[in-house]
Design a protein around this ligand. Structure first.
Ligand code: S3P
Length: 446
């Protein structure tokens, strides 16, 4: 197990960070949708984290050739009907990745071969009824595991072969890009699907489908997909650069806002409007952030300048929540040093992430010697509390481990964060960047 020890220090930064890794959500979709095209696609700056490499490996097991040439991933699509069985007795292994299991189950649900898909202990505790309900509504045949303490269904999932799937008009009970994408992937094998979301969730699947020529449309919170014979890359020679992951960048944006006398520029960060609300939240908290447009291609990209700031708390609730769902752990660290009270509501989805993230945040804030009030769907956090030296076990949740480390660095306190191996699932060069910034810490194997 990896343990990170952070030493007391005063952090002041004046630098540019160009090594924020590629966006996790987009990298998964590049492997999956690229594999369904009639022709090939080239992607650069793909996130080479455990989660995305598991999706890559599973697409390869389904017969898609994915190779790396000069740092670029070349995905040779096999067409919508070209996937092959991974072989009998094989369990497709997503590791820790909820995005992989939910999206790939949508794809596998439409295939004419049987498959079994599962992952690590954490994945075996993640709810799958949310995808099984709409997919079985389309005629898919999926079975999973039940538990005495829950009405939900859990991996491993067994997906039986089908000849065809039915159209569906589905109202999502929760805003979830993973569920929406599972239905869209299965929907590629129907005449028509429409999906209504209670709030907008990230739209990376829709964007890449559109780029590949799918008849996909979004009107307000409704997405429709019409039948098409094939997906095709309009320009196979063009290299599609995956933008830097804004969720990963947020850890260094938060550190830069909290550190003293700091000016940091982060370059090549994704600015998809279904993902960028955390930057607006920090601006609303009077964080000094400036966005400069870098490129406006399939996924818009910005450079972000950040200066040390005195923060004021705000309420995070309602339709902004799906947009900032992965950033709430690190935003809570900002809330702790801001003036006033940070109120988070409508965020019950946090309870079914890599960990129950509301409990994990409460445990972290309390480990830091501070107080927080927990609600079913969020928390109240009084700002202006001093972080004390602390010990924290991430419980295997990558975003909690990184939030704890950034919190300790920003406060300049000594801390020990256990269970840091999980950071590699989304941010393999996290510690390298901390080192480049000259910060004082050590990572030990125990
Ligand atoms: C993701 C969607 C979100 C997010 C996850 C990645 C995706 O989950 O929390 O980290 O790539 O589609 P939900 O769709 O379950 O909210």
């Amino acid at each position: 197990m990896l343990i990170c020890r952070i030493f007391p220090q005063k952090v002041s930064l004046n630098t540019s960070i160009s090594s924020i890794p590629g966006d996790k959500s987009i990298s998964h979709r590049a492997f999956i949708l690229g594999g369904l095209c009639e022709n090939s696609s080239r992607f650069s700056h793909i996130l080479e984290s455990e989660d995305c490499l598991n999706t890559c490996k599973i697409m390869q097991q389904l017969g898609v050739s994915i190779t790396k040439e000069n740092g670029q991933y070349v995905v040779e699509g096999r067409g919508l009907r070209g996937l092959q069985s991974p072989g009998t007795g094989i369990t497709l292994d997503v590791g820790n990745s909820g995005t992989s299991i939910r999206l790939l189950t949508g794809l596998l649900a439409a295939q004419s071969f049987e498959s079994v898909i599962s992952g690590d202990i954490s994945i075996q505790g993640r709810p799958m009824k949310r995808i099984i309900d709409p997919l079985t509504g389309m005629g898919a045949r999926i079975s999973g595991q039940s538990r005495p303490d829950s009405e939900d269904i859990f991996p491993p999932l067994r997906i039986q072969p089908v000849d065809s799937l039915n159209d569906i008009d589905y109202a999502l009970p929760m805003a979830s890009a993973q569920v929406k994408s599972a239905v869209l992937l299965a929907g590629l094998y129907t005449d028509h699907v429409s999906i209504d979301e209670p709030e907008h969730s990230r739209d990376h699947t829709e964007r890449l489908l559109q780029y590949y020529g799918a008849a996909i449309n979004s009107y307000g919170k409704r997405v429709t997909l019409q039948n098409m014979e094939s997906l095709k890359n309009p320009n196979p020679e063009q290299v599609l650069r995956v933008p830097g992951d804004i969720s990963s960048a947020l850890f260094f944006i938060a550190l830069s806002v909290l550190a003293k006398k700091t000016f940091v520029e982060l370059t090549g960060i994704g600015d998809n409007q279904t993902r960028n609300a955390a930057l607006d939240c920090i601006t609303r908290m009077r964080g000094r952030i400036r966005k400069n447009r870098a490129s406006d291609t399939w996924e818009p990209t910005i450079n972000v300048e950040v200066q040390s700031s005195e923060l004021f708390n705000t309420q995070l609730s309602g339709d902004v929540i799906p947009n900032i769902i992965d950033e709430i752990p690190i935003l809570s660290i900002l809330g702790l040093s801001a003036k006033g009270t940070m109120k988070v509501r409508d965020a019950e989805e946090l309870r079914v992430k890599e960990s129950d993230r509301i409990s994990s945040i409460v445990r972290l804030i309390e480990a830091m010697g501070c107080s927080i009030t927990e609600y079913v769907d969020g928390f109240d956090l009084e700002g202006g509390q001093d972080i004390q030296p602390f010990y924290y076990d991430s419980g295997g949740d990558h975003r909690m481990a990184m939030s704890a480390i950034i919190g300790a660095l920003a406060a300049g306190v000594e801390a020990t964060v256990e269970n840091c191996d999980c950071i590699a699932t989304s941010f393999p060069n996290f510690f390298d960047i901390l080192k480049e910034l000259g910060l004082s810490f050590e990572v030990i194997e125990q």
